[in-house]
Design a protein around this ligand. Structure first.
Ligand SMILES: CNc1nc2c(CC[C@H]3O[C@@H](OC)[C@H](O)[C@@H]3O)c3nc(N)[nH]c(=O)c3cc2[nH]1
Ligand SMILES: [Zn+2]
Length: 372
């Protein structure tokens, strides 16, 4: 009996709900993964992340290889022990961050060499080294090493980049080896082009993975173009395996992606915007720094059970934000993560009951545009 599995429990249109089983715990899908880039979900204790309902969180090969180093994390017992999170961890493979963060990059068939954005030291990533780092970290779900081209880009550039990523996907699969209890996900590329996405999906199916990511999106194409691509890209991937949309997104992006067959997503938005005073609520976005909140005794969101909403007023949250108090980032990060988990839980139940359309209509009906 394989130690990992994905079981679909229900579908409603293209939307699906199910469970990914791993030795470290189950992941209820559709799932939102909080991002713990440098071995911490910023401003949150791991037990607080769990309290919001998260089953899995995300780490990053690029950041952890630079600081504190993958071999050091392994010597200290691996990433779960290091960051005190004993549930599943998915790690990204590093290619995306190298292209978006590192300096002096050189890309060849072998891999990429670059200088650390932390201290300028020289490093190399290849499919083989990325697999080794993710093994040293001990992550449960490993991402293939890929290249994600910035959009807009010429079709030929997107095609050649995708084909390089497919060769790297084969090398990632070969280097990953046979690791019961661990999953390796391939990453579909091909930009917004249906034929290139199909070619990429065919290549990945031929190699065979435990899950499949839709990569190359949320790179500036905008929501309409992303949804147009999601109208066909997820369906090209095996339906009995998890489908993971990388780097997405705002609440309405998340809902639209689940509607189109996505099972997993990750985004820094809940915590990053929590630190900049933006709170996502059932009625839209609250910019807590706005003077209108200075005397408001109401909670952010009366339907929310998080500490920010059960213990504090908008007036207080406005005050601590304006005073640059640390509790501001803590409370708003917690609230935003709770809000994202609440909409995932709502969609899982709605899909299981065949009522996703109604749930989606109610989700959009309650929201006002702009600051509320
Ligand atoms: C934001 N949009 C976006 N992010 C993306 C990421 C990084 C996600 C990871 O990078 C970090 O966010 C920038 C977080 O830690 C996140 O887990 C991607 N990673 C890979 N390997 N391949 C892709 O095609 C890809 C596409 C993305 N689009
Ligand atoms: Zn709340």
């Amino acid at each position: 009996m394989s130690e990992t599995s994905f079981t679909l429990h229900g579908t409603d249109g293209a939307a699906r709900t199910g469970v990914i089983r791993t030795p470290r715990g189950e992941i209820r899908t559709p799932a939102f993964m909080p991002v713990g880039t440098a071995a911490t979900v910023k401003a949150m204790l791991p037990e607080s992340v769990r309290e919001t309902g998260a089953d899995v969180l995300l780490g990053n090969t690029y950041h952890l290889m630079l600081r504190p180093g993958a071999e050091r994390v392994a010597r200290l017992g691996g990433l779960h022990r290091f960051m005190n999170w004993d549930r599943p961890i998915l790690t990204d493979s590093g290619g995306f961050q190298v292209m978006s963060l590192a300096g002096l990059r050189k890309l060849t068939e072998e891999g990429v060499t670059f200088r650390s954005h932390v201290d300028g030291s020289k490093h190399m990533l290849s499919p083989e080294r990325s697999m080794e780092i993710q093994r040293l970290l001990g992550s449960d779900i490993v991402m293939a090493f890929d290249e994600c081209p910035a959009l807009p880009a010429e079709r030929e550039r997107v095609a050649s980049s995708m084909r390089l990523s497919m060769r790297w996907a084969q090398r990632s699969r070969d280097a990953f080896g046979d690791r019961p209890g661990h999953m390796l996900f391939g990453i579909q590329q091909g930009g917004l082009d249906r034929e290139l996405r199909e070619e990429s999906a065919e290549a990945l199916r031929g190699i065979g993975f435990d899950g499949y990511a839709v990569g190359g999106l949320a790179v500036g194409e905008g929501q309409a173009a992303m949804f147009d691509c999601l109208d066909f890209a997820p369906g090209m991937l095996p339906e009995d395996k998890p489908r993971y949309l990388m780097g997405v997104g705002k609440p309405d992006d998340v809902v639209g992606a689940v509607k189109r067959g996505i099972d997993m997503m990750d985004c820094v938005l809940p915590t990053r915007s929590g630190r900049t005073g933006q709170a996502f609520t059932r009625r839209g976005v609250v910019n807590i720094k706005n003077a209108r909140h200075a005397d408001d005794p109401r909670p952010l969101d009366e339907h929310c059970a998080c500490p920010a909403c059960t213990g504090y007023s908008r007036a207080y949250l406005h005050h601590v934000y304006r005073s640059h108090e640390m509790i501001s980032g803590m409370l708003l990060s917690w609230h935003n993560l709770q809000y994202f988990q609440d909409i995932m839980e709502g969609m899982r139940g709605a899909i299981a009951a065949g009522r996703f359309g109604e749930w989606e209509a109610a989700f959009h009906a309650g929201r006002a545009e702009g600051d509320i």
